[in-house]
Design a protein around this ligand. Sequence first.
Ligand code: HEM
Ligand SMILES: *[C@@H]1O[C@H](CO)[C@@H](O)[C@H](O)[C@H]1NC(C)=O
Length: 319
Amino acid sequence: MASHKRFSVVLYALVYAAFATTAFSSLSSNYYDYSCPNALSTIRSVVEAAVQKEYRMGASLLRLHFHDCFVNGCDGSILLDPSPTIDSEKNARPNFQSARGFEVVDEIKEAVDRACGKPVVSCADILAVAARDSVVALGGPTWDVLLGRRDSTTASREAADASIPAPFFNLSQLISNFKSHGLNEKDLVVLSGGHTIGYARCATFRDHIYSDSNISPHFAEELKYICPREGGDFNLAPLDRTAANFDSAYFKDLVNKKGLLHSDQELFNGGSTDALVKIYKHSTVTFHNDFAESMIKMGNIKPLTGNRGEIRFNCRRVN
Ligand code: HEM
Ligand SMILES: *[C@@H]1O[C@H](CO)[C@@H](O)[C@H](O)[C@H]1NC(C)=O
């Protein structure tokens, strides 16, 4: 009797585990293995060539996936151009004259549809794979990208304005923003490590260098040449001192009060996330492992699966 009961418990656990994986993680890493075995290698070649040509493109593609996932889930909505029915997210404050890489996404989409002989790979999945391949191309970690997202038929500029965190946010605002997307403080800190690559415009860090006190005075003075009090809004500064390498320099910079954005420095400003910043500063391996894990988590935000959404023929337009 006792052993029968134990058996039932084990059986229940097995059935539950099987159910849980299918019910809560409908994406899978082998999604295109049969429908398009060359999909992933095709995406990788285009990304590698683009990053080779301009390393910043790796940063821009990583950011596109983030800005896609934070607005009604990872559904390719950020890629839709303005039209009479689409209030494009490209015109939202965090993206306008800032989000880039759309031409590379077009190039990937054309190449992958040619390789598959038909449009089977979604634009949302292209963003997820391109983000991973970009990180790898700049010396970061790799991970198995979960696939099977479908593309939205709508976009929302308002949702983009409301859901993407702003560079003037304080720590509690950053934490609650990430929480609203199902992400915790560790995800916040490690994914902000995405700022180990890429650039920001003067307009996004001006207040930080002229008005904040938690910044190295020497660092602030240097930046004032790039970013005057007035004008120069589009002048660029690297988000950490090694903007082409996916290393731990971002976290070292934070500990030295050399975060470029106000939001970056908030992660190391005497609050609850200081300890994590120090861990990632000391261990690139831990940073890389945790980054990969949190990227998968971010990529799982509200995907469209089954027969919801569509596979777009052109990432810029609904079919
Ligand atoms: C935590 C809240 C975050 C805020 C407030 C924030 C804000 C910003 C801002 C203001 C810029 C500069 C944009 C410009 O001047 O055009 C930027 C760039 C960038 N962000 Fe974030 N970001 C955050 C999180 C993330 C996350 C989670 C990732 C990816 C995992 C990411 C990846 C990037 C990259 C790679 C760039 C450089 C893009 C390029 O050079 O084209 N950011 N971010
Ligand atoms: C963060 O900003 C919000 C909104 O401006 C404010 O209500 C809150 O008091 C701030 N928190 C801290 C710790 O400064």
